[in-house]
Ligand binder design. Sequence first.
Ligand SMILES: C[S@@+](CC[C@H](N)C(=O)[O-])C[C@H]1O[C@@H](n2cnc3c(N)ncnc32)[C@H](O)[C@@H]1O
Length: 247
Amino acid sequence: MDWDSGLYDQKHAFVAEYGKELLSYVPDNLEQAILDVGCGSGTLTVQLAKLGARVVGVDSSEEMIARAKNILPEAEFCICDALNMPFTAEFDVIFSNAVFHWIKDHDALLKAIYRAMRDNGKLICEFGGSRNIAKIEAAFACAYAETGRDYHSEFNFPEVKTFSGLLEKNGFKIELIYDFDRPTPLSDGKMGLRNWLRQFFASELQVVSGAELEYILRKVEGLTRHELWNGHEWRADYRRLRAIACK
Ligand SMILES: C[S@@+](CC[C@H](N)C(=O)[O-])C[C@H]1O[C@@H](n2cnc3c(N)ncnc32)[C@H](O)[C@@H]1O
């Protein structure tokens, strides 16, 4: 999927804002090396840079990395897929916020992370868990079908049990893992849900023309309004999975 880093920073700053809570799990050790997997435009990488001696951000989006380099020129950044990271036993902390649900193969992902990590290193991650955005996805599938298209979710929102099993299978010791509802206010009042759809369903919407696009956006708004609109803002039905695990 193509990421619009400008739209992301303007309208979806809440993603990194929520991620700040995750930073509290990063050990207090200014000597440590930290890898930010799927660093995006670098908002949290900037915070991580204050918590370690070496900070590296990787992201598959060239546009996101360009923006991240701009705000943190002194850090190392690498455009690469999380499944193909060129690191072996280099990091004490591997951090990731709001990324793993974009990656289909969590087994391969955890292998790549394990390889990049030093012994006793720590994985600190949060992403969409099972039933994340279930109401929005159901409404989107319905609206998309009405324009003659099938929606196949590209997201990977695992159950805690599934992700725990993969962590253990790949040699991690789990310190903490749970999922939780986090209804998430979308910025920009009544435009909030359509802005969100344009960013997060970009692959599906790029093949849709003007009038049809408007139809889909309106239909999704109509189908979800009674549950997700509170009169002044949209609240996305987010459900997150948070995990901390050691090598
Ligand atoms: C919602 S953004 C989160 C960015 C950042 N972590 C934050 O909290 O603001 C998701 C990011 O994951 C990146 N991403 C998605 N799939 C990826 C993959 N397979 N490898 C590396 N990065 C990926 C996207 O390019 C995007 O920048």
